[in-house]
Design a protein around this ligand. Structure first.
Ligand code: SF4
Length: 376
């Protein structure tokens, strides 16, 4: 990405969604390729200073009245509650609907949760990944299933009524029995939202050495089916290929990504999308320098109409509601059905069409990447 001269956002551009990346973890999980680094108090202090500079620069130029704020990581719950509050307080919260904090069970104590419950955070996303201890150990998680469960109940007891839990499936040597154990526990805890991830191991992660023990594609597809059926039975809506929620508890922030909304990305290695410009920040050391030099949006590029269209379709078709024909026409001035007649015809078994939308049939969700690639 280059910082092209035409990468300018209009003055006073309205920003309604804010993502804040907190790039620290206590230790690196064996499967994780997200950007994060070891936590230390000194690194945290430098990070907070630079983040404050970044926020000020955006507040000075644009009209930021967030509907959603999302603290992701890394492990945002490594920040003190007062530090999180200070960040939130920088924004105009007159129209706020959702503030999510990602937490790791290992950081959750009664005292921490009690303080958290007094803030404006109203949604928690907790990385649990599995309720089988052997699997958690293999993944390099620092908590066991009991600690995750206790953390969940501490959050509930403190009054959090919108909790999302993450589940990873397709682990080395995983079988249906162990997946069912995790699903049973999930159902028992009954969180409002569940995000599921199929394990994929990049070559540079420690768990990559177990790649040959990952279950076959057919088996992983069966796992996906098992998860879907179980969660539908438990009253969840499958509103996005990897995400399930109780009615009305879909993630408002993540939906902004899927629904082509603009969002501000703050913090080291965060990415954002504003006024047709996609950008990413540098990693911590360079980010600190960038902020000291008032250099926001370090790596930016204008998204072309063609790329925009492709991304729009890809993300819309990942959602149960699919491509809304009227919205598509309004955005791109063309008829979606006409424009993609050939692909839609080729995969007619996979799609449903009604007068307002085109959407993927759920039984094709698991192979959606291959189908969606045809639109690219
Ligand atoms: S806690 Fe999350 S971000 Fe940190 S290493 Fe583990 S999976 Fe990655």
């Amino acid at each position: 990405m280059n910082n092209l001269p035409n990468c300018r956002i209009r003055e006073n551009f309205p920003i309604r969604h804010v993502y804040i990346h907190v790039p620290f973890c206590q230790s690196k999980c064996g499967y994780c390729s997200f950007y994060s680094q070891s936590f230390s108090k000194s690194n945290k202090a430098i990070y907070l200073q630079s983040l404050a500079l970044e926020i000020t620069q955006f507040l000075d130029k644009y009209q930021i009245i967030p509907h959603t704020i999302y603290f992701g990581g890394g492990t945002p719950s490594l920040l003190e509650v007062t530090e999180i509050e200070e960040i939130i307080a920088k924004f105009n919260l007159s129209e706020i609907a959702e503030i999510t904090l990602e937490v790791n069970p290992i950081t959750i104590t009664e005292e921490y949760v009690a303080k958290l419950a007094k803030t404006k955070i109203n949604r928690i996303s907790m990385g649990v990944q599995s309720f089988v201890d052997d699997e958690l150990e293999l993944l390099g998680r620092l908590h066991d299933s009991k600690q995750a469960e206790n953390a969940f109940w501490l959050l509930r007891k403190a009054g959090f009524r919108n909790i999302s839990l993450d589940l990873i499936y397709g682990l080395p040597d995983q079988d249906e029995i162990s997946l069912k154990r995790s699903l049973k526990k999930l159902a028992e805890l009954n969180p409002e939202h569940i995000s599921t991830y199929c394990l994929s191991l990049e070559p540079d992660v420690p768990l990559h050495k177990y790649e040959s023990q990952i279950p076959s594609d057919e088996k992983v597809a069966d796992f996906y089916d098992l998860i879907r059926k179980k969660l539908l039975t438990e009253g969840y809506e499958h509103y996005e290929i990897s995400n399930f929620s109780k009615p009305t508890y879909f993630s408002k922030h993540n939906s902004c990504y899927w629904q082509d909304a603009y969002y501000l990305g703050l913090g080291p290695a965060a990415s954002g999308y504003l006024d047709k410009i996609r950008y990413s920040n540098n990693e911590l050391e360079q980010y600190v320098q960038d902020m000291a030099e008032h250099k926001i949006m370090a790596n930016a590029e204008v998204v072309s109409e063609e790329e925009h269209k492709k991304e729009y379709i890809f993300l819309a078709l990942r959602q149960a509601k699919g491509v809304i024909l009227k919205d598509y026409k309004q955005k791109f001035g063309t008829d979606f059905w006409e424009e993609y007649k050939a692909v839609l015809k080729k995969y007619e078994q996979s799609f449903c069409r009604n007068s307002t939308a085109v959407y993927l049939k759920p039984k094709f969700y698991f192979v959606s990447n291959a189908i969606l690639a045809e639109f690219m």
